[in-house]
Write a protein that binds this ligand. Structure first.
Ligand code: ADP
Ligand code: MG
Length: 476
């Protein structure tokens, strides 16, 4: 959870890794107890052979155990490889099974047969690697048993010679056989447990190493809490490239006046959402810096930065928990009435009350439409009551009339208490309330000013507006 956005962008299967990391901890405990008991029993069996005077049997047992240990030391590395192959195939298979969640897309794009074939291919590989690992394990365990049995046979003949020479009674023979049998079994289980533990520990080492890797975004040693007065946001020569993506900004600089409504417009991919991500320090820019009220956000505690910003993200994510839990997430101390109030502003109160269990309904993946999700996310942002708001395409999936109602209720709040509100929108009617408009193109600010100023310029914003107007007029 402490990791930064780039870690989550590039790492998959975290839940499986965390689950695996827990296994060695359990095994170490189990191993310590069982190994303790086994060692005690082994000492008793060896003492038994010494007491019995069966030195020949003891020596042959020690030789057999040594050979067994050397053999398994090498054989188990082969098994490690086979198990790794099986794990990789299993991971592939799990990733593939994710497409079940995309069932609707698969079905409507006629991809069922394709997916079935893919599934067959992946499951065949998984079964093959599974069989290979199992076969390797059987062979190793077979050869180990053979070595132990040959050792046992030599031990027996040693005991038999002792009986023939009259150096061992029948009860001594029985006792000797029992002791060496115990030694054989204990050694076998000891080696197998040790190897299993070694494998699990090596796996866990990798997982823990990954999970413990330092986040790229972290609080600086002397980080302080953000002090917001006027909520003035500035980017100073910011250059930013996504870890696995394009360079979005090169020396991007701008200054947004305090406590205003700022609209960010521009084509898809021009970097609008990235500005929101950088402002919340989900990523750090490679060069340049960002300030809020003159404070470099790199020197601010991330928790206080996140407290100061409320966002409706472009892609809304909801927890599989109650609707109430999802909205109250922004402000755990909010009362039920507070939540109802923000939901009324976001025009989502009524749809929620119509659900069978109202606010207590558990959210499932397809329960809400895109527009309903956006309204829940708006209510969540309102519940946080932060001094800076980011509305990233917050009403893109909402019909015009509902959007107008939300806008009318939100407008006075956007200006309240010196709040700075950033609206990112494609539908230009959404930004009619903006004090300042900033137009972006390919990560560069091409224009900034009021609506009237930009319209007079007859530049990028004017073209965006005019193209929309002419399309509406020609009925496209
Ligand atoms: N997590 C990411 N990893 C890699 N590239 C990304 C990521 N998010 C966005 N991008 C890329 O960065 C560019 C800017 O994206 P974005 O800020 O989302 O654009 P906008 O919001 O203006 O549509 C796009 O080319 C996009 O594909
Ligand atoms: Mg975007």
């Amino acid at each position: 959870m402490d990791q930064s956005c780039d870690f989550h962008d590039t790492t998959s299967g975290i839940s499986m890794m965390v689950h695996q990391a827990d296994a060695p901890a359990r095994l170490v405990g189990e191993f310590a107890i069982k190994a303790g008991l086994d060692t005690f029993e082994l000492c008793v069996a060896v003492t038994g052979l010494v007491y019995n005077g069966s030195y020949y049997a003891l020596v042959s047992q020690i030789i057999a155990v040594t050979i067994l240990m050397i053999f398994t030391r090498f054989a188990w590395s082969g098994l490690d490889l086979a198990i790794e192959g099986r794990t990789a195939a299993q991971k592939d298979m799990n990733n593939y099974l994710e497409s079940i969640h995309l069932w609707r897309t698969v079905k409507t794009f006629g991809g069922i047969d394709n997916e079935k074939n893919g599934f067959k291919k992946h499951s065949k590989r998984y079964v093959e690697t599974f069989r290979h690992a199992q076969f390797t394990e059987i062979i190793i365990s077979g050869i180990s048993s053979l070595i132990a049995d040959i050792g046992q046979l030599i031990t027996m003949s040693g005991l038999e010679v002792q009986v023939k020479e009259g150096k061992l009674s029948m009860s001594g023979l029985y006792f000797g056989v029992q002791c060496s049998e115990r030694i054989k079994l204990l050694t076998k289980s000891y080696i197998s447990r040790l190897n299993n533990l070694g494998y699990q520990l090596r796996n866990a080492e990798k997982t823990v190493g990954l999970l413990n890797s330092q986040p790229s975004v972290k609080d600086s040693p002397g980080a302080t809490a953000l002090k917001t007065h006027k909520n003035k946001i500035e980017f100073h020569k910011v250059t930013f490239k996504y870890p696995q993506g394009p360079t979005v900004f090169r020396n991007l600089s701008f200054c947004w006046p305090c406590g205003k409504i700022i609209a960010l417009v521009g084509e898809t991919g021009s970097g609008k959402s990235t500005i929101g991500s950088l402002l919340q320090r989900l990523y750090d820019p490679q060069t340049g810096h960002i300030t809020i009220d003159g404070q470099d956000i790199r020197n601010i505690k991330q928790s206080s930065l996140h407290e100061a910003i409320g966002e409706v993200p472009q892609n809304v994510e909801l927890f599989p928990n109650s609707v109430m839990y999802n909205i109250r997430y922004a402000n755990p101390s909010a009362s039920d009435d507070d939540i109802y109030k923000v939901c009324q502003i976001a025009q989502i109160h009524e749809p929620i009350t119509k659900l069978e269990r109202g606010y207590q309904t558990i959210v499932t993946p397809n329960m809400f439409s895109g527009g309903e999700k956006q309204r829940i996310a708006t209510a969540r942002m309102l519940a946080k009551n932060a001094p800076i708001w980011i509305l990233d395409e917050a009403t893109s999936a909402i019909d015009n009339i509902t959007e107008l109602k939300i806008r009318q209720r939100l407008k006075p709040l956007m200006n309240a208490r010196g709040r700075t509100t950033i609206i990112i929108a494609h539908r230009l009617s959404t930004i009619d309330c903006a004090d300042i408009i900033m137009a972006l193109r390919d990560g560069e600010v091409v224009e900034q000013g009021t609506h009237d100023e930009l319209m007079k310029l007859r530049g990028h914003y004017y073209n965006l507006r005019s193209s929309v107007t002419s399309k509406l007029e020609s009925g496209i």
